[in-house]
Design a binder for this molecule. Structure first.
Ligand SMILES: CC(C)=CCC/C(C)=C/CC/C(C)=C/CC/C(C)=C/[C@@H]1[C@@H](COP(=O)(O)OP(=O)(O)O)[C@]1(C)CC/C=C(\C)CC/C=C(\C)CCC=C(C)C
Ligand SMILES: [Mn+2]
Length: 394
């Protein structure tokens, strides 16, 4: 189980449990643990380990996700000798199929432009190969999300998700079903993109079918990783890491993960009312309880002082994830930074909009005005130019 991190809880002579960490260096574990404490904000280290009746081994959400981060980082680490490594491998396609492939990528671009215009604009600065690869990933993510969020969502069963996963396996083996799959199949054959984050996103959709409540932040964190953190992990191998970045590959992945989590937490805070009307509450139940709030308060949708205070804490935590993400953008390939900065700046402003709505996320949808979005683009561009990659911190 190389690279894996496990909490091994073993009884000691004095009857207390000793926690051993297997798989990665103690130094890295300590850093990771302190980062988790920092990001969770609401949890303490002791709550991260628990005894199982057999006194056995288990992993917590962050550790589970961190395992994936380490695996993804290892996959591209050796390719980081220079920025050139992310250059596209020559295509094996024949001229006729090349036309079809180009058409498929063009369609991915159109879908992306239709659903996420500002983000699409941001991708235009990337090299043509990278931009179309990101579009192909975008379309696959959008289609996956539509399975549980789109017009046919009520017909989606775990079996349908299993079928979608088989299709994913096939496209990774070079056997695409349709032209969108063909574009992604081509992308994953040319960039060091791993199947795991894709599978995990499908797992997030399964979770959505299975549950409509999250006991605590740990459960919610795992969900956020599945549906959004995965996007960060899929994107980094395509966007590329700056040749002059001297930070570790896994810390770039951690930042990408943080951006996905931040976006999803923001999405959840924006959509509280809308989700409640579908019977869903994505907020951690234990934190609601501690704030003196219940599901009924959410269904009633009244903005009270208790609600405002609760929301302030939730917003604070989402901002911490955005701050964590910011640290990594600078390590991306310069041409890929703009769309990331743009999406970070724009999505983060949704949190400001919730505040401006006096925390009424029951009946008022927080959004960023078009003008503010447009104004964010040059700011994002300025940020791509201004900062130099930080130095190695390990
Ligand atoms: C440059 C860039 C931003 C690239 C990402 C492109 C990409 C592949 C996006 C896919 C997004 C998608 C369709 C995800 C499916 C699940 C989903 C819908 C998640 C929510 C997105 C917001 O969408 P929306 O507001 O439309 O949600 P509704 O379905 O309407 O409710 C999410 C909140 C998550 C999106 C997550 C990201 C964009 C993660 C971005 C992280 C990176 C690109 C890594 C950057 C790298 C560093 C080092 C910081
Ligand atoms: Mn959605």
């Amino acid at each position: 189980m190389s690279g894996a991190v496990m909490w091994v809880i073993s009884p000691t002579d004095n009857g207390r449990s000793m926690v051993k960490l297997k798989g990665i260096s103690g130094k890295r574990i300590r850093r990771n643990v302190s980062k988790m404490k920092h990001l969770n904000g609401f949890q303490v280290f002791s709550s991260m380990v628990a005894h199982t009746p057999s006194g056995a081994v288990f992993t917590r959400s962050e550790q589970k996700v961190y395992d994936v981060v380490l695996k993804q980082a290892a996959l591209v680490r050796e390719k980081r000798i220079s920025d050139l490594v992310f250059d596209v491998k020559p295509g094996k396609a024949m001229p006729a199929s090349l036309d079809l492939l180009n058409g498929a990528y063009d369609r991915c671009g159109e879908v992306c432009a239709e659903y996420a215009k500002t983000f699409y604009l941001g991708t235009l600065l990337m090299t043509p190969q990278r931009q179309r690869a990101i579009w192909a990933i975008y379309v696959w993510c959008r289609r996956t999300d539509e399975l549980v969020d789109g017009p046919n969502a009520s017909h989606i069963t775990p079996t349908a998700l299993d079928r979608w996963e088989r299709r994913l396996n096939d496209l990774f083996r070079g056997r695409p079903y349709d032209m969108f799959d063909a574009a992604l199949s081509d992308t994953v054959s040319k960039f060091p993109v791993d199947i795991q984050p894709f599978k995990d996103m499908i797992e997030g959709m399964r979770m959505d079918l299975r549950t409509s409540r999250y006991k605590n932040f740990d459960e919610l964190y795992l969900y956020c990783y599945y549906v959004a953190g995965t996007v960060g992990l899929m994107s980094v191998p395509v966007m590329g890491i700056a040749a002059d970045s001297n930070t570790s590959t896994e810390s770039v992945y951690n930042a990408a993960l943080a951006l996905g989590i931040a976006n999803q937490l923001t999405n959840i805070l924006r959509d509280v009312g809308e989700d409640a009307r579908r019977g869903r509450i994505y907020l951690p139940q234990d934190e609601l309880g501690r704030a003196g709030l219940s599901d009924d308060d959410i269904f009633a949708g009244k903005v009270t002082e208790k609600w405002r205070n609760f929301m302030k804490e939730q917003i604070k935590r989402a901002r911490m994830f955005f701050d964590e993400a910011e640290k990594g953008v600078v390590d991306l390939n310069p041409a890929s930074r703009w769309p990331v900065w743009a999406s970070l700046l724009i999505y983060r402003q949704i949190l400001d909009a919730i505040e401006d709505n006096d925390y009424n996320n029951f009946t008022k949808r927080a959004y960023v005005r078009k003008l503010k979005k447009i104004a964010s683009l040059p700011v994002a561009y300025g940020k791509t130019l201004m900062r130099k990659p930080r130095t190695r911190s390990i």
